[in-house]
Design a binder for this molecule. Structure first.
Ligand SMILES: [Fe+2]
Ligand SMILES: [Fe+2]
Length: 455
């Protein structure tokens, strides 16, 4: 089984974070590759401004990780606007904040699927408290993003770059309403890059150029808007931006003297940072990835795994639900039974987990192990319907840890169960859904901590 946990000394930070940035794109409801395209756009502006290597390196990661806090306001958006958070976030980026546009947006996005009375209540609330609500939503997102960047060992300049992404040149941005050069340079560049990409994807190059020009002096620093105008006037700018090999171009433009190779400890920090992004998406996913990691590690220790193998498995556990960032909160937090479409959306998270993680060459095995956490021994699981021996031991451990946490945590449709009840429900499924050896290992490990509850 040694091939399951190869050393990862070969992983480049740029490759790792470009791949994981796809998880942020799906949370923001953006077309795939949004963060990578922002990275390209922002770096072209930086070159035009002749920023030094250190600044370009910091800007590179500010741009790739600008949406790190994105999942933290998704549940609140759903609750306030009664809408699918992914569609809301996608469309919200297209409005410019003027009152008529904002009103139209609220009316067309609030509670389309909800009953009339409920929709009315939500709209009134937004009209009465709209300003404070949007400040709250953006503040949560910005602070969270900056905090996670710090945990991933980025400099204060990167954290501040992410934390001030929604401030506008004229002081009418959010949440701090700072203006002009008081806004960190990286944030000013990232905002232009973000708006340019959203508009070029929705309506093409000319629309993007026009939008940046129109908002110069209000949203954007005029000098940076002018730099964008210059670089986006070159055909090669758009060719690279829309190239299928943009990820390769992005690896190549990382300043060489700062390019970092990720060691094992750093990789753990990045995995736990992304686990936090996943867990922040919903009250019902809060702490889930962390707890699954703890339970999986208890099982692995009980089964006598070596320290290296345990470490590898912990990483898979931290990232097992990264695909959930693509599931809307209307589905994730639904207090009742999911309909057929919602169930499809939910199941798709396991496919997304594999798609995101397998972009990292050293993570290929980890991707398939992590994405198999909903497979069942009897073949009735998902996403692939694997059976018996087709499910490797590591995935079986994740499945047991995942089910145990699902039963012992609050769900949208029921309260948390006591450990003893969860274990007796799980005992019924041994051999059908789950592996007996892994289940016994969990029971033994829990007994050590809580002799009575696990009995
Ligand atoms: Fe899952
Ligand atoms: Fe899970």
């Amino acid at each position: 089984m040694d091939h399951f946990y190869p050393p990862v000394a070969e992983v480049k930070l740029s490759e790792l974070l470009s791949a994981l940035s796809h998880a942020l794109d799906i949370t923001e409801g953006q077309p795939e590759g949004h963060s990578l395209r922002c990275c390209w756009i922002g770096l072209q502006i930086a070159e035009e401004l002749e920023l030094d290597e250190r600044q370009i390196w910091e800007l590179y990661y500010t741009l790739l990780l600008k949406d790190l806090g994105c999942s933290s306001n998704a549940a609140r958006i759903c609750e306030l606007y009664l809408v699918n958070d992914l569609e809301f976030k996608r469309d919200f980026k297209l409005i410019d904040g003027s009152l008529p546009q904002a009103l139209r947006f609220v009316l067309s996005h609030t509670g389309l699927k909800a009953g009339l009375a409920e929709r009315f209540r939500a709209i009134i609330n937004i009209f009465q408290n709209g300003g404070e609500i949007s400040i709250e939503l953006i503040q949560t997102r910005c602070q969270r993003g900056a905090d996670i960047a710090r945990k991933m060992r980025f400099s204060e300049a990167v954290a501040q770059g992410i934390g001030n992404l929604d401030e506008h040149w004229d002081g009418n941005g959010k949440p701090a309403r700072i203006a002009g050069e008081a806004i960190p340079l990286y944030s000013r560049i990232a905002l232009i890059a973000q708006v340019a990409d959203v508009f070029q994807k929705a309506d093409g190059e000319d629309a993007a150029r026009k939008e940046i020009k129109n908002r110069s002096g209000t949203w954007f620093d005029p000098a940076l808007a002018a730099a964008f105008h210059t670089v986006s006037g070159r055909p090669s700018f758009w060719d690279s931006l829309n190239s299928p090999d943009l990820h390769e171009i992005i690896y190549d433009i990382e300043p060489v003297h700062h390019a970092s190779v990720v060691d094992e400890d750093y990789l753990d920090d990045i995995a736990s940072g992304f686990a936090e992004v996943v867990d922040s998406k919903s009250t019902f996913t809060k702490g889930h990835s962390e707890r699954v990691t703890l339970f999986a590690d208890l099982i692995a220790a009980e089964l006598g795994f070596s320290p290296e193998r345990r470490r590898w498995l912990k990483r898979a556990a931290l990232l097992h639900d990264i695909g959930k960032l693509g599931v809307s909160n209307t589905t994730l937090d639904k207090p009742g039974k999911l309909d057929a479409d919602e169930w499809m959306e939910m199941k798709y998270h396991a496919v997304q987990t594999e798609a995101i993680l397998s972009r990292i060459s050293a993570f290929r095995e980890l991707a398939s192990v992590a994405s198999a956490h909903h497979e069942r021994l009897d073949g009735k699981g998902y996403p692939k319907g694997l059976k018996g021996d087709e499910i490797v031991l590591e995935s079986r451990i994740l499945a047991v840890a995942d089910i145990f946490d699902a039963l012992t945590a609050d769900r949208p449709y029921r309260a948390a169960m006591p450990v003893s009840k969860a274990l007796s429900i799980m005992a019924e499924e041994v051999g059908k859904a789950t592996d007996s050896q892994c289940f016994e290992a969990l029971r033994k490990a829990l007994e050590r901590f809580h002799p009575r509850v696990a009995a």
